[in-house]
Design a protein around this ligand. Structure first.
Ligand code: UDP
Ligand code: MG
Length: 311
């Protein structure tokens, strides 16, 4: 098999057939064989039903892995990589925001350039809201400063790579998967191309601001331990400040004779220190929580049904 298209689907019932048709027309006359690896991420709508119907009717080689519940897109990608048999592997969304024609170009690029192992598309952000753009920029600046990996700003999961890259990614069995970081961590020479995301064909995006914030925190915690260092620095800083203040208080008592420092000062200090302590406990907690999750060694996903996958 030359190419595997890995498609995570969560509540994409209306898009399945349209997506399949778009792929078939994009790859018409490409001269190599390809397969569709659909991962149904515990959809609550008719996604699985439509996938099964398509599986019976299509002539395109196709696999379906159906999760027992919603495990998230990252788990879907992981399952797709495990079951894909292509020499090249492409990650693409089911909602037709990413045109399959681009995958064809990506494969052509890799065929021509032996020194590259991966082609990643990054989104042309014209048209995105300024506020979201600003937060995204902050996130990328922060994670690139804090962690050892270097993320390309705006680079998405929309990418095509060689089997060697997929094998490397599968060696990372961590439970909390942050694929942007994982792609950067495994390395390999990557070619970046801009692309314009289309409107969603049907359905709604599964992302909102709160989810994006949590995703950003997951990314930073997963790829850097420097926030822990921040806690240490904060501790040292407040300790030093309190020593200085102690000296001030003693001198005031000895020289001026003031006994009781202001009520406001005490309240402010209590609140400030309390806040800082909670922040530090929170940071430590994030890491302890992750070690706990990882130590349970639970599988990244559970599949209740598979079609077309020979085991
Ligand atoms: N997706 C998934 N599991 C989830 C959420 C999303 O498999 O829990 C899939 C979804 O079906 C789609 C892709 O991931 O194919 C991207 O999701 P979405 O379109 O909601 O994200 P956006 O394009 O808005 O960033
Ligand atoms: Mg989308």
């Amino acid at each position: 098999m030359k190419l595997s298209l890995i498609v995570p689907c969560y509540n994409e019932a209306e898009n399945i057939v349209a997506f399949h048709d778009a792929v078939v027309s994009a790859f018409e006359g490409c001269g190599y064989d390809y397969e569709l690896v659909f991962v149904d991420d515990g959809s609550r709508d008719a996604t699985l039903h439509n996938l099964k119907k398509l599986y019976r009717e299509t002539v395109t080689p196709m696999k379906v892995i159906s999760f027992s519940r919603n495990f998230g897109k990252e788990a879907g990608i992981y399952a797709g990589l495990q079951h894909a048999s292509g020499e090249y592997l492409a990650l693409i969304d089911a909602d037709l925001q990413q045109r399959p024609e681009i995958v064809r170009d990506m494969v052509a690029f890799l065929e021509e350039h032996n020194d590259f192992d991966m082609v990643a598309a990054y989104q042309d952000r014209r048209g995105e809201s300024k506020v979201l753009s600003f937060f995204k920029k902050c996130f990328y600046n922060l994670i690139n400063k804090l962690s050892d990996v270097n993320l390309h700003r705006d680079a998405s999961d929309f990418r095509t790579f060689r089997r060697s890259v997929a094998e490397s990614i599968l060696q990372l069995t961590e439970y909390h998967r942050f694929s942007k970081g994982i792609f950067a961590w495994v390395g390999y020479k990557t070619h970046y191309i801009p692309y314009q995301a289309c409107e969603r064909a049907a359905g709604t995006s599964k992302w909102n601001f709160a989810k994006l914030t949590n995703y950003a925190i997951d990314g930073i915690i997963g790829f850097s331990t420097r926030p822990l260092r921040l806690a240490t620095y904060l501790g040292c800083l407040t300790a030093a400040a309190s020593m200085i203040y102690l000296l001030v208080v003693i001198l005031q008592k000895l020289i001026v004779g003031i006994d009781v420092p202001g009520y406001a000062t005490i309240i402010v200090l209590i609140l400030l220190l309390g806040g800082m302590q909670l922040l530090c406990i929170g940071i430590i907690g994030e890491y302890v929580g992750r070690s706990f999750e990882q130590s349970k060694q639970r599988p990244v996903y559970l599949a209740k049904e598979k079609l077309g996958c020979d085991e």
